[in-house]
Design a binder for this molecule. Structure first.
Ligand code: NAD
Length: 493
């Protein structure tokens, strides 16, 4: 039995029910252990509470040095992290080595630097009788909850801005994919970050997640996951008037105008929709293609999808891995079947691929046309390797269709006309618009949604807005007992 909790700087066994961690690609068991229950949550929050004054009291420079040391250790262990991530999340080793792990290390290095850039406004006399200064203070113990699609990157996005700003963290990764989060926290302690600053609870959402959100000593909840669970988390936090940061689902449009570089758009659509088997909140899911290009776009995407290689995730030639669980694959299959029943055409894929392990959760790259704009496959998050392509006629229509879901996380527009791309950037309502690309993320730049995709930012200096309180300190500079403003209250000499 593996000890799946990391509390106060050490691995511990949970007190909850047994958990088995499996490989999505093969169904094979990786390890077993006990999940966290409410007592483990209490112990982790107590460890984070105890560590908070010391960590918040470190200078930004001290926190920065420790985080740089952490980035160094992660670089040394990059291959190990990639192997564990690939196996536990069912993703090709090329993706883990080329995206998940280097992206995380870059995030750590970025926040090591950013720790020294926390600042408020300059002091000034906004009133003639006072000097105002701004203190930017950590919020306290942050309860973070992460999903299974990019386990290491999501752990990093939750932990890094919080600890760089002087908070301490209790992170609950998905119970399906806790392994790299545990390694990540262990490496932090090995780099000298004090025990208790980062704690990891492996447990279910219903038990450990809910207990973490409602714990009275958790000052803030930072959640990445589905819109459905995000709503519940926000409702619980509202009861205690806790600060909440929500990064939720997405349904990104991919708008191709008739002057686009068609080859670039087709390649972008395949990479953008199939990344991480489509289990990416920013994945391209709705390709709106101007009618003169539509048939050729569909043909090119279908041809490229035929060339996507499915295979063992540790094989460096494998392009696409497996979905996370059998239940999730069943959901993806059911959504594709309902689209077919409603009259859509499945141009490519839509089936369980041959020659993949039967106990794994594989699904073919899938391209759908002929779906109605108001149908489930166009409106709801599939979170699988499924791209729907629909034609449009006018630019106005394209923008309206792109905005026609409750989500607002990301979008892309493809055109060689700068006026069209700039209009799309301006008028599509979401947190990130790519122009002639789709997917790349950057540590220095924010990630976050509008509407049903949540609020608040991950990465970048903007994330400090979530993880700090702004305090106004207002100092009298008159040095007199009878202050001028007292006149409006009482006039006694
Ligand atoms: P999920 O909402 O089912 O679970 C997310 C996390 O919440 C897990 O750790 C889970 O155990 C926990 N949880 C479940 N019920 C809970 C409860 N009642 N109280 C507290 N915690 C609870 O999501 P998922 O299936 O793990 O991940 C996929 C979803 O995450 C997709 O909707 C995807 O779009 C979203 N996502 C969003 C972003 C973003 O940045 N916006 C990034 C990655 C994933």
């Amino acid at each position: 039995m593996e000890r799946l909790q990391f509390i106060a700087g050490e691995r511990r066994a949970g007190a909850g029910a047994a958990l088995t961690i499996t490989e999505p690609a093969t169904g094979a068991e990786i390890t077993t252990g006990a999940g966290a229950d409410a007592a483990d949550v209490a112990a982790a929050v107590a460890a984070a509470t105890a560590a908070f004054p010391g960590w918040a009291g470190r200078t930004p420079g001290e926190r920065s040095d420790l985080m740089h040391a952490w980035a160094g250790l992660l670089r040394e262990r990059a291959a190990e992290f990639a192997a564990v991530e690939s196996r536990n999340a069912g993703k090709p080793i090329r993706l883990a080595e080329g995206f998940d792990v280097p992206g995380t290390i870059d995030n750590v290095a970025f926040f090591a630097g950013a720790a020294r850039n926390l600042e408020g406004k300059a002091s000034a006399e906004y009133s003639a009788d006072h000097t105002s200064t701004i203190r930017r203070e950590p919020v306290g113990v942050v309860g973070s909850i992460a999903p299974w699609n990019y386990p290491l990157q999501m752990a990093a996005w939750k932990i890094l801005p919080a600890v760089a700003a002087g908070n301490t963290v209790v992170l609950k990764p998905s119970e399906l994919t806790p392994l790299t989060s545990l390694l990540f926290a262990e490496t932090a302690v090995a780099a000298g970050i004090p025990a208790g600053v980062i704690n990891i609870l492996t447990g279910t959402g219903e038990l450990a997640g809910a207990a973490l959100v409602s714990h009275p000593d958790v000052a803030m909840v930072s959640f990445t996951g589905s819109t459905r669970v995000g709503r519940q988390v926000a409702a619980t936090a509202a009861g205690a008037v806790k600060r909440v940061h929500l990064e939720l689902g997405g349904k990104a449009p991919f708008v191709v105008f008739d002057d686009a570089d068609l080859e670039a758009a087709a390649r972008g659509a395949v990479a953008g929709s199939l990344i991480n088997v489509g289990q990416d909140c920013t994945a391209a899911t709705r390709a709106y293609v101007q009618r003169p290009l539509f048939d050729e776009f569909v043909g090119r995407v279908a041809d490229l999808m035929d060339r996507v290689r499915l295979g063992p995730v540790d094989d460096p030639t494998t392009d696409m891995g497996a979905l996370i669980t059998r239940a999730h694959r069943d959901k993806v299959i059911a959504m594709v079947e309902r689209a077919r029943d409603a009259g859509a055409k499945v141009v490519r894929g839509g089936r369980i691929p041959e020659h993949t392990p039967a106990a794994g959760h594989w699904f073919e790259p899938t391209l759908i046309t002929g779906a109605a704009q108001d149908s489930e496959i166009v409106q709801q998050e599939v979170f699988g390797p499924v791209l729907v392509a629909l034609p449009f006629d006018t630019d106005d229509e394209a923008i309206a269709l792109a905005n026609d879901t409750p989500y607002g996380l990301a979008a892309s527009a493809w055109s060689t006309n700068v006026f069209r791309t700039q209009r799309a950037a301006r008028e599509i309502r979401c947190g990130c618009v790519w122009l002639n690309d789709h997917i790349p993320i950057i540590s220095e730049m924010p990630h976050g949604g509008y509407g049903a995709s949540g609020f608040g930012k991950d990465m970048s200096l903007y994330s400090f807005e979530e993880y700090t309180n702004v305090k106004h300190v207002i100092s009298d500079i008159t040095a007199v007992a009878r202050k001028p403003w007292h006149e409006v209250i009482f006039m006694a000499e």
